[in-house]
Design a protein around this ligand. Structure first.
Ligand code: FAD
Length: 458
């Protein structure tokens, strides 16, 4: 797929990948072998009929392609951009055994962008009103999927969102250069056009508790995500210039810090940044730092390149842009100047030992290998826990060891009657498509419950 050149793109926040032209999309779709057993469909957590939509693209019938996609996915332009297809549908594509698999994600993105360029999107048929009301907590991918699945079934859906904009991590976490915010807004407008009501700046657990919502709604879905950042727990993490990835990316993405002072929120423009972690969040932070003008942006990771959990495409993008990878390196102390600003980080060299419980080789410190490097900012991107407020204010909800809400994997049912949950708040930080898949399963279960109420005349 055509991309901005690295030299060009590190000077702007515009999207890196430019998308297929219709000709390229048809050519790519025509590579599909139309396998009888369609393994790609088994690799899709939201059960999209992949061979069908790809076939429509190969025939140049883009309208039918997007229709098929939207039967199962209310956010195709988002998923086409950020889903780890290489680990899901594309991983099991038969073509992939001998050559590149069909670029299913890029075709999904193409179909969604094509529809947007045509103007008003097609809307599904909404079933007659059931008179049943559902509250959805959180407007991230999980909540939006539940909302769009249930509104078409004729239920009344209201979303309560803590922030002033919808999208969850899609809007405050993933940077503009990977997922333009206009696209998230467009997909949100589509969900709202189906009739979903949304209240912003509404923090469930503060503005109203779950118990109060239970008085007003027949069912509740909790999709409040995993927005509580982890820190390293090393000395000096309270210094100025030390950020969590959540704060760093929220300042830039949601609050438009890169346009300060036109927008109110400032963001430090450091010279040398160290980003701790090796996932997508770390890549996004390191690449954001370059776009903010950093002379050097480092990924400091305690294992080797092979173990990086980020999508390969994003690792390659980061490498092309000049992000420096300090592998087998563990930060152990932040060093400040006399005014309390970060000026350096003490690190230890590591080596890989035996595989640990994750199946990856365990990093082991090398004695006496301490060294100090100059950095004037650091971003910690080592993980997040579920947002704790709902658990704290709803003591009857069963909570797991990691602060996650416990919910049935197949139905999303929690330990409390009339409450379902799904997405990162249940699994811990995961992926957009997994959050959407959990939303889909919960919506199915909520629908069955609401219809049973209706059938009993309740
Ligand atoms: P979220 O997206 O976190 O949404 C939860 C929503 O609930 C938020 O809007 C929040 O404000 C709201 N909320 C929280 N508490 C309350 C409350 N008490 N009351 C009301 N509202 C509340 N995944 C991928 O698949 N591919 C990627 O490339 C990728 N890159 C990522 C990059 C970054 C920087 C980050 C942080 C994550 C990335 N992910 C990626 C992960 C993915 O974005 C998440 O797994 C997904 O967004 C989870 O969806 P969710 O709906 O469960 O939660």
């Amino acid at each position: 797929m055509p991309k901005q050149t690295p030299e060009e793109r590190i000077r702007n926040f515009n999207e890196v990948a430019l998308g297929f032209t219709p000709e390229l999309a048809i050519e790519e779709a025509s590579r599909c072998l139309e396998c009888k057993n369609s393994p790609c469909m088994g690799g899709c957590p939201v059960e999209i009929n992949i061979p069908d939509f790809v076939k429509h693209i190969a025939e140049g019938d883009f309208k039918s392609a997007i229709k098929v996609l939207k039967e199962k996915n209310a956010l195709p332009a988002v998923c086409g951009r950020v889903c780890p297809q290489e680990e899901q549908c594309e991983k099991v594509c038969i073509l992939g055994k001998k050559m590149e698999p069909v670029a299913i994600g890029r075709l999904e993105r193409f179909a969604a962008d094509w529809e947007a360029a045509q103007g008003t999107p097609e809307r599904p048929q909404i079933e007659p009103s059931t008179g049943k009301k559902i509250a959805v907590i959180g407007a991230g991918p999980a909540g939006l999927t539940v909302a769009s699945d249930l509104i078409v079934k004729g239920h009344e859906v209201t979303i309560f969102e803590a922030l002033h904009e919808p999208g969850g991590v899609l809007i405050y976490g993933i940077p503009e250069f990977r997922l333009p915010k206009a696209i998230v807004k467009r997909e949100m407008e589509y969900v709202q056009s189906l009739g979903v009501k949304v209240y912003y700046d509404f923090v469930v657990g503060r503005t109203k508790t779950v118990y109060r919502l239970l008085d007003e709604f027949n069912a509740i879905f909790v999709g409040s995500g995993a927005g509580l950042p982890w820190f390293m727990g090393i000395p000096g993490e309270n210094l100025n210039g030390v950020f969590s990835a959540n704060e760093y990316l929220t300042r830039v993405n949601l609050m438009k810090g890169y346009l300060f002072p036109k927008f109110d929120t400032p963001i430090k423009r450091p010279c040398r940044v160290a980003v701790f972690g090796g996932g997508n969040v770390a890549m996004d932070s390191a690449r954001t730092a370059l776009r903010l003008g950093a002379d050097e942006s480092h990924i400091v990771y305690r294992r080797s390149r092979e173990e990086l959990p980020a999508r390969l495409e994003e690792v390659e993008n980061a490498e092309e842009e000049g992000v420096i990878f300090d592998f087998l390196t563990l930060p152990i102390r932040m060093i400040g100047d006399e005014r309390g600003w970060l000026k350096g980080i003490e690190c230890l060299k590591m080596e890989l030992g035996e595989p640990d419980s994750s199946g990856r080789r365990k990093p082991v410190p090398i004695d006496g290998s301490e060294f100090i490097v100059d950095f004037d900012a650091s971003v910690c991107a080592i993980g997040n826990s579920p947002n704790p407020l709902i658990a704290q204010t709803t003591p009857e909800l069963k909570i797991g060891k990691k602060g996650n809400i416990e919910a049935d994997e197949e139905t999303g049912k929690t330990s409390m009657d009339r409450i379902w949950a799904g997405g990162d708040v249940v699994t811990g930080a995961a992926t957009v498509i997994n959050a959407m898949g959990a939303g889909r399963k919960a919506a199915r279960s909520i629908h069955e419950y609401l219809i049973s109420l209706k059938n009993q005349g309740l």
